[in-house]
Design a binder for this molecule. Structure first.
Ligand code: GDP
Length: 300
C-alpha cells in the first residue's frame, strides 16, 4: 500500500536532503511537489492544501533552514504532519464494559464487511494484538441478501468462532435481541453484529442500522469501506457518520491500494479513526492501523 506516493515523496525528499543548505524557495518548491503527489494519491483537496500549508509554515518559520541538516528536519516535519493527518495515536477497540461488549459492523454491500467481521472475531478470540483471548459470538443480521447468514457461519467455522444459530424469517432487530440474550446467557465476552449492507447509502439502510444500535447499544460501531474507491469511501463514511455515532473505520483492500487517498483523507474529513486495514482475503489478513508506522512506511 502507498507505493506510488512513497516513490513520489522519496524522490522529492532525496533531492532536498542532497542539497545541504536550503532556501525558503527550495522548501516551497518541494512542497508544491508534495501537494501534487498527495493529489495524485487521491487525497481530498482541502486535506492536501492544509497539510502543505502546515508543513511549509513549520519549515520556513522556525530555525529549520539554518540548521545543520535542514533537509532532514523538513522530512521530520512532514512525518509528524503525516502522523497527525492519519490520526495520531492508534485507537484500540473499546471492550472494557460489562460483557458482552457489542461490536456492530456497518457498511455497503461488497465493502468486505462480512469478511472483516470474521477477521476481527478471529483476532479477538485468538488474543492477537497483545490482548487476552476473548470468547466471541458472531451474528449476521442480513436478511436481504440470500445466504448472507450462511456465509458468516462458514467464515465462523474457518475462524473457529461461534455463530448464532440461524432462525429463518426473523427480522434484524429480533436477531440482535436473540444474539444479546445468547451472548449473556452463554458468557460471551464479545458479540459481533454483521448488519445488512446495500448497494447505496439509503434511508432504509440507515433506519435499520439505527434500530439495531438502539437495541444492542454497541460499544463500537465500525464502518467498513473499500479503500480502492478512494474519495467515495470517504464520502460514504461522512454519510454514515451523519446518521450514527461511528467509533471507527476499517479500510479493506489496502493490499491492492497503491495510492492511499482514502486512508490519508479519512481522519481529517470524517474525524473518525481508522482502526484496522484489510490486507487480503484470508481471515488473518487484518492489521491494526498505527498512524506512526504507516507514516514511516510512506516515507520509507
Ligand atoms: P460484504 O458484502 O461487505 O459483506 O463483503 P464480503 O465480506 O463478502 O467481501 C467481498 C469480497 O471482498 C470477498 O471476495 C472478500 O474475500 C473480499 N475482501 C474483503 N476484504 C478484503 C481485503 O482486505 N483485501 C482483499 N484483497 N479482498 C478482500
Amino acid at each position: 500500500m502507498f507505493e506510488s506516493l512513497s516513490d513520489r515523496l522519496g524522490g522529492v525528499f532525496d533531492r532536498l536532503r542532497g542539497r545541504g543548505a536550503l532556501t525558503e524557495a527550495d522548501v516551497r518548491g518541494a512542497m508544491r511537489e508534495v501537494r501534487v503527489a498527495l493529489l495524485e494519491a487521491d487525497v481530498a483537496l482541502p486535506v492536501a492544501r492544509d497539510f502543505v500549508e502546515k508543513v511549509t509554515e513549520a519549515a520556513v518559520g522556525q530555525n529549520v533552514l539554518r540548521s545543520v541538516t535542514p533537509g532532514q528536519q523538513v522530512v521530520k516535519i512532514v512525518n509528524d504532519a503525516l502522523v497527525e493527518m492519519l490520526g495520531s495515536d492508534a485507537s484500540e477497540l473499546e471492550l472494557g464494559v460489562t460483557p458482552p461488549a457489542v461490536i456492530m459492523m456497518v457498511g455497503l454491500q461488497g465493502s468486505g464487511k462480512t469478511t472483516t467481521t470474521a477477521k476481527i472475531a478471529k483476532r479477538l478470540s485468538a488474543g492477537q494484538g497483545g490482548r487476552e483471548r476473548k470468547k466471541v459470538l458472531m451474528a449476521s443480521l442480513d436478511v436481504n441478501r440470500p445466504n448472507a447468514q450462511e456465509q458468516l457461519a462458514v467464515l465462523g467455522t474457518q475462524a473457529d468462532v461461534q455463530t448464532l444459530p440461524i432462525v429463518t424469517g426473523q427480522q434484524p432487530v429480533d436477531i440482535a435481541r436473540r444474539a444479546m440474550q445468547a451472548a449473556k446467557l452463554q458468557g460471551f465476552d464479545v458479540l459481533m453484529l454483521d448488519t445488512a449492507g446495500r448497494l447505496h447509502v439509503d434511508q432504509a439502510l440507515m433506519d435499520e442500522m439505527r434500530a439495531v444500535a438502539d437495541v444492542a447499544q454497541p460499544t463500537e460501531i465500525l464502518l467498513v469501506v473499500d479503500s480502492l474507491t478512494g474519495q467515495d469511501a470517504v464520502n460514504v463514511a461522512k454519510n454514515f457518520s451523519d446518521q450514527v455515532t461511528l467509533t471507527g473505520v476499517v479500510l479493506t483492500r489496502m493490499d491492492g491500494d497503491a495510492r492511499g487517498g482514502a486512508a490519508l483523507s479519512m481522519r481529517a474529513v470524517t474525524g473518525k479513526p481508522i482502526k484496522f486495514a484489510g490486507m487480503g482475503e484470508k481471515l488473518d489478513a487484518l492489521e491494526a492501523f498505527h498512524p506512526a508506522r504507516v507514516a514511516g512506511r510512506i516515507l520509507g
